[in-house]
Design a protein around this ligand. Structure first.
Ligand code: ZN
Length: 428
């Protein structure tokens, strides 16, 4: 930490117009100044100066829904229907994953995220203490929850693990870690269990992270069993009175879109996972028009198959246009808002991150624009959404600490991670 000055960069603050020839001053973990170079407070001296003449600074990307350690299952099973993919391939292999496997799989995910400009992510998995430990080491920010399946005889045990995660890890890593409870989905938890989880979350003062309305099968299943569609059901059960991060929200009625807006639910739109598993296409245009907070997530690397939020943001923008036949839907600036501020809001962190403004936490990335596919510099926001790649990210700063500079990650050993994940998946 200390004082960092980023000089001569173009700034995409998200909270306002693009600033040319800007400067960013960081004091320990917070942004001290963001604006034109000439406005830098007189006499302010940096310990570290980053010359960023060909760089664009923007808030770190927020991956609002993933299962980080599923990097282990990247390209392990593909091109199958969701039910067969899960029941015959993914779940049996996940059952054999041990705590140390989760730790190394998460580290691989964190390396990939830093390299492609993600500074914050929301994660749902198991052995979450191993995930939390890896996050503290790597320096990212994360909202973590234990996935809770409420149909099995392990459901009590899982809830206990979820509670322990909240009690032991909320606020860890200089406040970089926050927690939620993670009821998996309305068709993998009974209504009684969902109510119990919600009451527990309220008692702990945390929100919920849940999969909602991902597939037609889930909607039919929930409707058949409980006589209501997924969003209506969880609203009736009282879940939406808490802060809720809902992944997918692909198959929604007009009534459900209204509920999501009124209850201020954060929706984690995961376009590539939904496309790959042929789950459908979320009604992003309709949700945005109704005032729903739509963020972007990659979902796990087994159904994507990467954690590149730059690519995901591009897919979100293109898909919304293609499916509606309307090229004005999700313009570049809005896509960037979804990938940053809306993600921060969905995680309950909008007061601290999501925009570049003095006083907020110093979570930002620098993208190297001196590349053939990012020239000439006509429109920087359009470049970031329609032409950039995750690998164009040069520098990553989280909580005022430089995690990557010149494309080199400082907090993780890539070769050690590659060796560990290769060994762990070879043992079968
Ligand atoms: Zn998921």
């Amino acid at each position: 930490m200390g004082k960092i000055l980023i000089k001569d960069c173009t700034i995409v603050p998200i909270s306002g117009p693009v600033i040319e020839e800007g400067a960013i001053a960081i004091n320990d973990d917070r942004l001290h100044y963001v604006g034109p170079a000439g406005g830098l407070p007189a006499g302010w001296q940096a310990d570290t100066v980053i010359e960023a003449e060909d760089m664009v600074a923007l808030p770190g990307l927020v991956n609002s829904h993933t299962h980080a350690a599923m990097t282990l299952l990247r390209s392990y099973a593909d091109d199958l229907p969701l039910k067969q993919w899960l029941e015959q391939k993914i779940w049996p292999r996940e059952d054999r994953l041990e705590r140390e496997d989760i730790y190394w799989g998460t580290k691989l995910a964190l390396l990939e995220m830093i390299r492609s400009g993600t500074t914050t992510f929301a994660d749902m998995y198991f052995h979450m203490d191993a995930v939390a430990g890896a996050v503290v080491e790597a320096g990212l920010r994360a909202s973590l929850c234990q996935g809770l399946i409420g149909l099995q005889d392990t459901s009590d045990q899982r809830l206990e693990a979820g509670i322990a995660l909240v009690k032991e890890w909320h606020g860890a890593g200089e406040g970089r870690i926050t927690t939620m409870l993670g009821p998996h989905a309305p068709n993998t938890c009974t209504p009684g269990y969902l109510i119990r989880v919600a009451e527990t979350a309220a008692g702990l003062g945390v929100g919920l992270h849940i999969h909602l309305a991902e597939t037609r099968g889930e909607v039919a299943d929930v409707k058949g069993r409980y006589g209501a569609t997924p969003v209506v059901l969880v609203n009736k059960l009282g879940l939406l009175d808490l802060p809720v991060l809902a992944a997918h929200c692909v198959h929604l009625t007009t009534e459900e879109i209204t509920i999501l807006a009124e209850k201020k639910v954060g929706v984690a739109h995961c376009p590539e996972s939904n496309l790959k598993l042929a789950s459908g296409v979320a009604p992003v245009k309709e949700m945005l028009a109704a005032g729903v907070n739509v963020a972007i997530g990659t979902d796990g690397a087994a159904s994507n198959n990467n954690l590149d939020m730059v690519a995901e943001t591009r897919t979100a923008a293109l898909l919304a246009k293609g499916i509606t036949g309307d090229p004005t839907v999700v313009p570049a600036h809005q896509a960037l808002v979804m990938a940053t501020l809306n993600g921060a809001r969905a995680l309950g962190l909008e007061k601290e991150i999501g925009t570049l403004e003095a006083g907020k936490k110093a979570d930002l990335i620098l993208v190297d624009m001196r590349q053939p596919h990012l020239m000439p510099p006509n429109d920087v926001e359009a470049h970031l959404v329609y032409a950039a790649r995750g690998s164009d990210v040069d520098t990553v700063i989280v909580n005022g600490k430089i995690l990557m500079a010149g494309g080199e990650v400082k907090t993780l050993d890539a070769e050690e991670i590659y060796a560990q994940v290769t060994k762990r998946m070879q043992k079968g």
